[in-house]
Design a protein around this ligand. Structure first.
Ligand code: CP
Ligand code: NVA
Length: 316
């Protein structure tokens, strides 16, 4: 029985370094098998319910196709159908779905909803993005960084310099938890007032200290980008914040990842973005389509890493 079998995945903070390494090893194996047309029905006849209260392309497709490739099934429940807390109570949704399926993937606004669903469900609950965290994204991101940059061996990614530019949001928070455990030095540059959440920051900085990673939060993108091995950005306006988009476009303008900024990073720096991108805002066409960009390898790895998560949690 795997160590993560039957567990939820709500935050990377709850994973150990060994758990992360295990997910990466499994993801590499699953990727190899898929590329070589080798069967890998590790979740034969298992099922996943996917609740999406926000739009999604990568998360939905990687989990749905991932379940199919593993020999299982996924069913998609849109907000207008399931209406958690309106049509019926959250505990009743969690209890009912637990009788039908082997796992529940949830994309929602309030992080507490995920915690509550995990509390009442008797099957694993997977965070497919909340306003606070996006753990499946960050795991795929560091798997990608490992593929591109790892001086493999016991040190792995330790000592690598990553710069996150933009909003201290859900993606940034999960990158913080993952970077800490993997010993990646992370410098975040956000506009004043858009720094990562204080509670997350405190916990992630503590993790970083215990795993020997150096973390900084600045308001200066130029300092952050200097000598970076990895430059990462996300949209300035996340799902649900659309009303603020005009204001945010002005405030975040100095944090754009463009070719001038890239000149400050290491010559072999990679550029990452979780996607969807707002081209011309947080990242220019030139950079996202340029030689440093790994964004579509990163997107592809959502599939392999999400499958590894599914096998780890839903497998026997
Ligand atoms: N990066 C990501 O989660 O993409 P989607 O919103 O399309 O799922
Ligand atoms: N921060 C973005 C990530 C999208 C994958 C959002 O929440 O909309």
């Amino acid at each position: 029985m795997g160590k993560l079998s039957g567990k939820d995945l709500i935050s990377i903070h709850n994973l150990s370094r060994e758990d992360i390494d295990m997910i990466f090893t499994l993801a590499a194996e699953l990727k190899h098998k898929l590329k070589n047309n080798q069967p890998h029905h590790y979740l034969q006849d298992k099922s996943l319910a996917m609740i999406f209260e926000k739009p999604s392309t990568r998360t939905r497709v990687s989990f749905e196709i991932g379940m199919q490739q593993l020999g299982g099934y996924a069913t998609n429940l849109q907000q207008q159908d399931i209406q958690i807390g309106e049509r019926e109570s959250l505990p009743d949704v969690a209890r009912t779905l637990s009788r039908f399926v082997n796992g529940i993937l949830v994309r929602t606004f309030a992080h507490q909803k995920l915690i509550d669903l995990a509390k009442y469900a008797s099957v694993p609950v997977i965070n497919g993005l909340s306003d606070l965290l996006h753990p499946c994204q960050a795991l795929a991101d560091f798997f990608t960084i490992k593929e591109k940059k790892a001086h493999d061996g016991p040190q792995g990614l330790k000592g690598l310099k990553m710069a996150y530019l933009g909003d201290g949001n859900n993606v940034c928070h999960s990158l913080m938890f993952a970077a800490a455990k993997l010993g990646v030095n992370l410098t975040m540059a956000t506009p004043k007032g858009y720094e990562p959440d204080e509670v997350i920051t405190k916990t992630a900085f503590e993790d970083a200290r215990s795993y020997g990673a150096e973390f900084n939060i600045l308001n200066d993108p130029v300092v952050a980008a200097q000598n970076a091995d990895v430059i990462y950005t996300d949209v300035w306006t996340s799902m649900g914040q659309e009303k603020e988009s005009q204001k945010r476009r002005k405030i975040f303008a100095p944090f754009q990842v463009n070719s001038d900024l890239l000149k400050l990073a290491k010559p072999d720096c990679i550029v990452m973005h979780c996607l969807p991108a707002h081209r011309g805002e947080e990242i220019t066409d030139e950079v996202i389509d340029g030689p440093h960009s790994v964004v579509f390898d990163q997107a592809e790895n959502r599939l392999h890493v999400q499958k590894a998560i599914l096998v780890s949690l839903l497998g026997g």
